[in-house]
Design a protein around this ligand. Structure first.
Ligand SMILES: C[S@@+](CC[C@H](N)C(=O)[O-])C[C@H]1O[C@@H](n2cnc3c(N)ncnc32)[C@H](O)[C@@H]1O
Length: 195
């Protein structure tokens, strides 16, 4: 079913969402990818004409730079960039692995006025409602995987501590007006535009 998906041959619940990220930042020339891991999203965005800086805590996974990408070691909670440096900040599956509020303050700081902060992530199921909501993702996930090849990048993944509602509340507190959408495959999408 997903054989036309650009990441059908490198499929996981994160790469599944990369086209959505690309669509959201299509008009933003300079993009920061926070927690870029081994750089697949950054390079995908660069292939579409963006200049991309990728930053990650883990030097062992960072790839080499090329013409449109620059990768560096750094911490999401203390980004080494001046205020309003980027047209968009994107981050996939990182907030739950760090001090979420501090990372959001930094994302908010380094994006320009009118620019976007796009976060995709997951959370822990807390309570019956969240468990049921996550169980509802199973059929869609089975369908979405048809025709794909599973891909395990060499990045470190940790379990989430915050629940879905807690994560949403924290994002909305730090980025007032941010959107919240539950995506197929146990992910949320939040988009915030800096006023
Ligand atoms: C699950 S991986 C996701 C990688 C990539 N964004 C993707 O879509 O596959 C989480 C990444 O976040 C990085 N990370 C965790 N905490 C971080 C922090 N405080 N600052 C920068 N990177 C961080 C980890 O080193 C890891 O590469």
């Amino acid at each position: 079913m997903q054989k036309n998906h650009p990441f059908a041959d490198r499929w996981n619940h994160n790469s599944q969402q990369y086209p959505r990220v690309a669509e959201l930042v299509a008009d933003q020339p300079l993009v920061l990818d926070v927690g870029c891991g081994e750089g697949t999203l950054a390079r995908y965005l660069a292939d579409q004409g963006h200049q991309v800086v990728g930053i990650d805590l883990d030097p062992s996974v960072l790839p080499d730079d090329d013409e449109n990408t620059h990768f560096m070691i750094g911490d999401a909670t203390g980004l080494p960039f001046a205020d309003a440096s980027f047209d968009a900040v994107v981050s996939v599956m990182v907030l739950h692995q760090t001090r979420l509020e501090l990372a959001l303050v930094e994302m908010r700081r380094v994006v320009r006025s009118g620019g976007l902060v796009v976060n995709i992530g997951y959370a822990r199921d807390k309570g019956v409602g969240e468990r049921l909501r996550s169980a509802a993702d199973i059929p869609g996930d089975l369908l979405a995987r048809i025709g794909t090849s599973r891909w395990e990048p060499p990045t470190i993944t940790m379990n989430a501590l915050l629940g879905w509602a807690e994560t949403r509340e924290a994002i909305e507190r730090m980025l007032p007006g941010a959107s919240w959408e539950r995506l197929n495959g146990w992910r949320y999408l939040s988009v915030w535009q800096r006023p």
